[in-house]
Design a protein around this ligand. Structure first.
Ligand code: GRF
Length: 200
């Protein structure tokens, strides 16, 4: 018999300052997100996201250093799968994780990995999407939460939020405005997933 449903257990992966992780954690505390963060994993031992996790007494794990910039060695990705499984993660939440997810993760967490990207996908995939939007002379951009599949920034879209591009914008001001939108969108989409993704 299956046990009573429990809260969705999130495994958050990030490489940087962790502002999205922070709002996820704050949303949980404010009862706007019915989930729990089981573990936070980063590819940088000194990243802000790991520090935030420690402040919340959430297990904060640094993966071994990779030789590549955006790739993971297969054995490190396997280690990542083991960490997430050991912490009984139901949903993997990429929050500024700068490495491409491949087969071991995609298989182990099929349909259970989401990402936030700083553009209105399918426009401006890839790195520094805010800069791409500015260079292209777009009038608006935004952010997108999507399922992660084998294509980079390519899976089914779960939610989007628009952000205007102002005439004085620099890459920095635009990125900051997009991040404000991300901080609203990500917790909302994650909450909507709590009724769709069952705990394992
Ligand atoms: C966000 O802008 C997100 O869209 C991109 O990486 C950034 C992560 O920021 N994928 P933070 O570490 O959550 O502050």
């Amino acid at each position: 018999m299956k046990p009573e449903t429990r809260e969705l257990r999130l495994g958050v992966l990030g490489s940087g300052k962790g502002s999205n992780y922070l709002v996820i954690q704050q949303s949980i505390q404010a009862h706007r997100l019915d989930a729990t963060v089981a573990v936070v994993v980063s590819d940088h031992s000194d990243s802000g996201i790991l520090q935030h996790a420690r402040n919340y007494n959430v297990p904060a794990i640094a993966l071994p250093q990779s030789r590549f910039r955006t790739k993971l060695e297969p054995e490190i990705e396997q280690e990542l799968v083991s960490i997430l499984q050991r912490h009984q993660v139901d949903l993997v939440v990429l929050a500024g994780y700068m490495r491409v997810i491949k087969e071991p993760m995609l298989q182990a967490f099929h349909g259970r990995i989401v990402n936030i990207h700083p553009s209105l996908l399918p426009a401006f995939k890839g790195l520094e999407a805010w800069r791409q939007a500015l260079t292209a002379g777009a009038q608006k951009t935004g952010c997108t939460v999507h399922y992660v599949t084998a294509g980079v920034d390519d899976g089914p879209i779960l939610g989007q939020r628009e952000v205007p591009i102002l005439k004085d914008d620099t890459p920095e001001t635009l990125h900051a405005r997009i991040q404000q939108a991300e901080h609203v969108l990500y917790p909302e989409v994650l909450q909507s997933l709590t009724s769709k993704i069952l705990p394992r």
